[in-house]
Design a protein around this ligand. Structure first.
Ligand SMILES: [Fe+2]
Length: 161
């Protein structure tokens, strides 16, 4: 049976988000597994509910980070989160209403739904975040050089948004 696999390609270089994505992959694999071994409807329901709950938690966290750093693409990214929440909700209904859903169908859905998002929207956000981190680091080392040269109090231009 196929399952989702974490790979370095999925890493955003942001440990907190990477860990949350790994957890989502773990729960999604639990769902694929529950469907493939023909677990009772109630078990499948519990797993997908857990997936939806963790998704909400994770999206809230991502959105607050986007807000914090004023990520320019945040409106589109948040709209995509709304779409993803709706699509997993619809998928939950499909699992509930259809007696025979194949594990491969769940795998395909999760691949597109989760990995597809990480590799596109989340990647754009992470690239922006990493660039900001690097700029901040560079500014810090520049200002420490200034201090070393005895030019304390020289105003730096930043935060001019
Ligand atoms: Fe996201």
């Amino acid at each position: 049976m196929g399952r989702l696999e974490w790979s370095p390609e999925l890493s955003l270089g942001q440990p907190e988000l990477d860990d949350q994505h790994k957890e989502l992959i773990r729960i999604a694999n639990g769902l694929i597994n529950a469907v493939s071994i023909g677990r009772r409807k109630r078990t499948v329901e519990n797993v997908i509910r857990k997936l939806r709950e963790y998704t909400v938690f994770h999206f809230v966290r991502e959105e607050s980070l986007m807000e914090q750093i004023r990520f320019p693409g945040r409106a589109d990214h948040m709209a995509e989160h709304v779409r993803l929440k709706l699509s997993v909700k619809n998928y939950q209904r499909k699992l509930y209403e259809h007696e025979h859903v194949r594990a491969n169908d769940v795998l395909d859905f999760m691949t597109e739904w989760l990995l597809g998002h990480i590799l596109t929207f989340d990647r754009d956000f992470a690239v922006y975040m990493t660039a900001l981190d690097e700029t901040a680091k560079a500014e810090r080392s520049e200002s420490s050089e200034v201090v070393e040269a005895g030019n304390e109090g020289v105003p730096t231009t930043s935060d001019n948004e």
